[in-house]
Design a binder for this molecule. Structure first.
Ligand code: HEM
Length: 409
């Protein structure tokens, strides 16, 4: 039974501690949560992601105060009311737009760090899978948000993406209409994407972040050499004062202070974009109001979806859909397709090193080709990149199966 001191001053340390156990939390973070020493700044990307999600939530709440979710008023509520009538409305919009774009850049860096260091293997499969679930929900969150300004790109990207659900020659038009709530995107469409964007997806994301952090707890955070060691024994060394010899550091305050340092640098870059280069996050075509009678000459998604969109384009409708579906799920299977027992950085893993860099370059190539109009020579390059992407994933189990054990660490 907790003991409450009736004389404790409200909101003093003692008073708070009796009610919120803040000393226990501090003790747990300082003595029970250990991080390997042998990591670099790339391990701060998870915190950077969490902080960027926080920025999206805060700026989103401010935008929500003036946004009107109707097809008649949505465009003006964003481009006129928020941008020019509400004090600092432009700032919240720029923060939201820039954060929505930058969050994907950081997600890709975080994912490729995981791939490079093999952080999805040997007990860390669920970290990877919960991360991929976050990627998919962030994609749905970004797509539904893109519908809300009800500009030309919102309307036509909404049309093209929901059309995919007809599943090519299966002609499931009923399913497409059910998703849209109408024959074409309209009020029902906007209302449901509004609900998804401001309520359902953020709730799922918060739940998944909790799951992602939970999955990290048991196998511990990986390190630059994929080295396995006894965390408890290393933590004892630290506690006994042998800090140099210990391979771990406590989360609080040592690791946290380094995370905060990286966050500081990141936010300088972030606000530089918000104030001076926000336009990269805003498609000029979306500054025209939605018009169902005027198709834009070139419909393309935001940069972070371009690589998977480019996998769809070179093929006939049905085949394209199959490979598009393949691109959406294949990353989930990475822990099972990589058959090598080695947990080591890619540069020590022979052919896997080539595989890693080819995949990265290929996805950058797909992204660039996805932005360019589908005419030669770009569409030819796009086809080569799409085939390479597929071939790389088919090759992965074979090259990793042949991989020799890497000794040492
Ligand atoms: C978008 C929201 C996400 C948040 C807030 C988040 C947060 C974090 C945090 C705080 C860590 C621990 C520190 C670090 O390594 O950075 C971490 C680790 C990890 N995350 Fe994420 N993550 C997210 C998305 C993803 C995605 C999309 C993937 C990939 C599919 C992923 C895969 C991993 C892996 C494999 C680790 C373990 C790294 C290691 O053990 O060294 N995460 N994440």
């Amino acid at each position: 039974m907790a003991h409450f001191d009736p004389n404790a001053r409200p909101f003093s340390h003692k008073w708070l501690n009796e009610r919120l156990a803040i000393d226990t939390l501090k003790r747990v973070l300082s003595t029970e949560y250990w991080i390997p020493k042998n990591i670099n700044f790339l391990w701060a990307m998870g915190m950077v992601l969490a902080a960027t999600f926080g920025m999206l939530l805060i700026s989103g709440i401010f935008l929500l105060m003036y946004y009107v979710p109707t097809t008649k008023e949505a465009f003006d509520s964003v481009n006129y009311t928020i941008m020019s009538q509400v004090g600092y409305g432009w700032l919240w919009r720029h923060i939201h737009g820039v954060a929505a774009s930058v969050v994907f850049l950081i997600i890709y860096i975080h994912m490729f760090t995981g791939i490079y260091y093999g952080s999805y293997k040997r007990g860390r499969e669920m970290i990877w899978i919960s991360g991929m679930l976050l990627f998919v929900t962030f994609s749905a969150e970004a797509f539904s948000g893109y519908m809300l300004p009800w500009g030309q790109m919102s309307y036509w990207a909404g049309m093209v993406i929901t059309n995919l659900f007809s599943l090519g020659s299966l002609h499931l038009n009923g399913l497409v209409e059910w998703i849209r709530g109408d024959y074409v995107p309209g009020q029902a469409f906007l209302s449901r994407f509004f609900m998804l964007h401001v309520l359902l997806m953020p709730l799922i994301i918060i739940g998944l972040i909790v799951l992602h952090f939970g999955t990290l707890r048991i196998p511990h955070v990986n390190n630059k050499d994929g080295e396995e060691f006894d965390f408890e024994a290393e933590a004892e060394k630290w506690k006994a004062g042998h800090r140099k010899e210990s391979k771990v550091i406590p989360f609080n305050p040592v690791f946290l202070s380094k995370d905060v340092f990286v966050l500081g640098i990141y936010f300088m870059f972030f606000f530089y974009l918000v104030f001076y280069h926000f336009e990269f996050a805003m498609d000029p075509v979306n500054f025209d109001p939605a018009n169902g009678l005027k198709t834009p000459p070139h419909i393309y998604p935001e940069w972070y979806f371009l690589w998977s969109y480019e996998i769809l384009r070179p093929f006939s409708k049905n085949v394209g859909l199959i490979w598009f579906g393949f691109a959406q799920v294949i990353f989930f299977l990475l822990p099972f397709l990589d058959r090598s027992p080695n947990v080591a950085p890619a540069n020590r893993r022979g052919i896997f090193k080539i595989w890693f860099w080819l995949l990265l370059i290929d996805m950058v190539g797909l992204t660039i080709m996805g932005k360019l109009p589908p005419v030669d020579p770009w569409s030819k390059f796009g086809t080569v990149f799409a085939y390479t992407f597929i071939a790389l994933w088919f090759a992965l189990p074979f090259i990793t199966k042949m991989e020799k054990p890497v000794g040492g660490k």
